[in-house]
Design a protein around this ligand. Structure first.
Ligand SMILES: [Fe+2]
Ligand SMILES: [Fe+2]
Length: 181
């Protein structure tokens, strides 16, 4: 699961992350969005690499945990800056990643299936806020599936954070920031 996002990439992203690393839009959320996306991709056929990368970029340039206009576009810009050193995507797939990041808060439901899968992966982690994702604002039938919704809801409300977040993504970060929360 984690092989799709290398720790070195997460560490590069984290150098510029402004908020608590395990906060509302922090690494637990990134990992759940990543895993929601991969589960949805089994049904939608979305590009798994793009979906996984969306998880770690889409909220990476937030400046606050509120509405924060423009944070998606800034996440896409960060992906552009890190592309040469860390990403191995075709131009087509890279453009999908940047578009998905830039427009993930627009409330749009139409688009490429990989982009739609990214957006639904994020929306299926809304329960933690707490907001129930509305079917009208979900892009794919996969995200409206009752079993997938229940799976993602339980993880969202429990703030489920996979072990690799602390063991790999946050390794070495605790000392630099003097605490990970
Ligand atoms: Fe966001
Ligand atoms: Fe998000």
């Amino acid at each position: 699961m984690t092989g799709m996002v290398k720790p070195a990439l997460v560490h590069a992203i984290m150098k510029e992350y402004a908020l608590p690393v395990l906060g509302r839009h922090g690494l637990g959320h990134w990992a759940r969005v990543l895993e929601n996306g991969l589960r949805l991709a089994e049904a939608t056929g979305a590009n798994r690499q793009v979906v996984a990368l969306f998880g770690v970029f889409h909220d990476s340039r937030r400046e606050n945990d509120g509405t924060d206009p423009g944070h998606g576009a800034r996440g896409g810009e960060l992906a552009s800056r890190l592309r040469d050193a860390h990403l191995d995507l075709s131009d087509h797939d890279f453009d999908l990643l940047v578009y998905a990041c830039a427009h993930h808060t627009d409330g749009t439901v139409d688009g490429d299936i990989t982009v739609q899968t990214c957006w639904d992966a994020d929306r299926l982690d809304l329960w933690r806020v707490p907001v129930t994702p509305q079917n009208a604002f979900l892009c794919t039938s996969a995200a409206r599936d009752r079993a997938i919704q229940e799976w993602s809801r339980e993880r969202s409300v429990a703030d489920y954070t996979p072990d690799y977040v602390r063991e790999d993504w946050l390794r070495g970060l605790v000392d630099r920031q003097g605490g990970i929360a």
